[in-house]
Each structure stands twice: as structure tokens, then as C-alpha cells.
Design a protein around this ligand. Structure first.
Ligand SMILES: Nc1nc2c(ncn2[C@@H]2O[C@H](COP(=O)(O)OP(=O)(O)O)[C@@H](O)[C@H]2O)c(=O)[nH]1
Ligand SMILES: [Mg+2]
Length: 236
């Protein structure tokens, strides 16, 4: 996939992500598409900057707007990604969590939906966790990671709003999150790789790294069995 730096005057988002088109919205697991196309899911606390990140990564101003519509905030919104007219994968925008003004019953229902999605969705190729770089990973993010752990999908943390930090603060934020992950990974049984990067939707910081990660996941079989088989064969 083509990625070009700002210096060449070319876009810094990927052609594949720019092809994103709204596909469907699901209020329950049974409403999710049943084909085998790989999915990359975006998760994060509400207000962390998830919609902004999706929009800027896809080079579209209002793609993730659906997620803001009242009544749709507890849905999973799916976007098709295509190459040459053929849909080859999807992005899944999961409901933001940690929004205080939500009745407990609603909260529990969508918590179950998120947990179900993260553990049962075979098509899930990887998880992009959006966190505010000023806050790092909060208890709700750790809870989400604990839901995600059994499925052993790779996780990529975008520490967004990095434009609000100085260079030194950015480095400290990334270091703290990496250290926290190292300390807590075993306890959470997080076996799949977790990577961390700084990001800013307003300054378009970290777009190339984030899109590359997402594209790589979409081009890897979701259950990773092929890789595992290859590795096993290589060792024999
Ligand atoms: N400065 C700055 N503000 C951001 C960034 N990303 C999001 N925001 C702001 O943070 C607020 C929440 O963003 P939004 O994308 O709606 O968050 P969501 O609830 O996680 O989808 C909005 O006011 C955004 O304009 C960023 O990278 N930098
Ligand atoms: Mg949003």
C-alpha cells in the first residue's frame, strides 16, 4: 500500500483506509455481517478522540459521524474498505465507554455487547485502542484489555491529542504506557503483541504508522493460524 511523507506533498493516509464507506450498524452481535472479511476494531473511552482518529485516518471529515448520532452511540458501526471495487476488510467503530450520564442498565448491556464482540468475533484482526495521551490508560481501558485478552488479537494503542503535550511530555506519556503494559500484561494474560504510538488528529501526527499497522492486520488471516503453522514448520 502506498504511504508517502508530507515532504512529497502526497497524502499521509493510506489508499485502502481512504476507501472507507459506511457499511452497516449493529445493535447486537447477531446483526454483525456474517461474511469472513477481516475487521479492525476501534475502541476507547468516550471523548478520547476515537471518531476524530477514524476520520483523519480515512481522510474523511464525517465518516464516524454516525457514532455520534443519539441512539446510535451503543451500536457498532462498520465501514467497508475496498481495493479496485472489491471490499477486502472493514473497520468497526465500537461504542465509547466511561460516559457517566448513561443509565446502569444501558451501560451493562453495551458492556456485554463489547465483551461479546471482543471475545467471539472471529473476523477481528486487531484492536486499535484510543487513549488520551495526557491520561494514558485508565482503569476502564484495562478492563477493556481484559475482555480482549482471551481472543489474543494484536492491540495498537494510539495516544492521541499529543498536540497538547510538549516533546518531553509526549515521550514520557508513551514510556509510561509501555511500562504499564509490561507490568500488567502477564496479569491480564495479554499474550498478543501490544504496540504504542503517539498520535494527533489535529496535527496529523502518527498517521503513517497507524495506517500501516491497520493494513498489515487486514492482510493477515484473523486467527493467525497460517502464521502459527509457518512458524511451527520453520522450527521443524
Ligand atoms: N487537540 C486535539 N483535540 C482532539 C484530538 N482528537 C480529538 N480531539 C477533540 O476531542 C474531543 C472528542 O473527540 P472525538 O473524536 O469526538 O472523541 P470520541 O468520543 O472518542 O469519538 C473533540 O472536541 C475533538 O475535537 C486531537 O488529536 N487533538
Ligand atoms: Mg465518537
Amino acid at each position: 500500500m502506498t504511504h508517502t511523507g508530507k515532504s512529497t506533498g502526497q497524502p499521509d493516509t493510506s489508499v485502502l483506509l481512504q476507501s472507507a464507506r459506511f457499511c452497516t450498524t449493529a445493535a447486537a452481535f447477531a446483526q454483525l455481517p456474517t461474511d469472513a472479511l477481516p475487521e479492525v476494531a476501534f475502541v476507547g473511552r468516550s471523548n478520547a478522540g476515537k471518531s476524530s482518529a477514524i476520520n483523519v485516518l480515512c481522510g474523511q471529515r464525517r465518516l464516524a459521524f454516525a457514532s455520534k448520532t443519539p441512539g446510535r452511540t451503543q451500536h457498532i458501526n462498520l465501514f467497508d474498505l475496498g481495493l479496485g471495487g472489491e471490499v477486502i476488510g472493514r473497520l468497526a467503530d465500537l461504542p465509547g465507554y466511561g460516559f457517566a450520564a448513561v443509565p446502569m442498565e444501558t451501560k451493562q448491556r453495551w458492556q456485554r455487547f463489547i465483551a461479546q464482540y471482543l471475545t467471539l468475533r472471529m473476523q477481528l484482526a486487531g484492536l486499535v485502542l484510543i487513549a488520551d495521551s495526557r491520561l494514558g490508560l485508565t482503569e476502564l481501558d484495562w478492563t477493556l484489555l481484559s475482555y480482549a485478552a482471551p481472543a489474543a488479537r494484536p492491540v495498537h494503542v494510539l495516544l492521541t491529542k499529543a498536540d497538547k503535550l510538549t516533546q518531553a511530555q509526549r515521550a514520557a506519556s508513551a514510556r509510561k504506557v509501555r511500562d504499564d503494559l509490561q507490568q500488567r500484561a502477564a496479569g491480564l494474560r495479554l499474550l498478543a503483541p501490544v504496540s504504542v504510538q503517539l498520535f494527533s488528529s489535529t496535527q496529523r501526527l502518527g498517521l503513517v504508522e497507524a495506517s500501516r499497522t491497520i493494513e498489515e492486520w487486514l492482510q493477515t488471516p484473523p486467527d493467525g493460524t497460517d502464521d502459527a503453522d509457518d512458524a511451527a514448520e520453520a522450527q521443524i
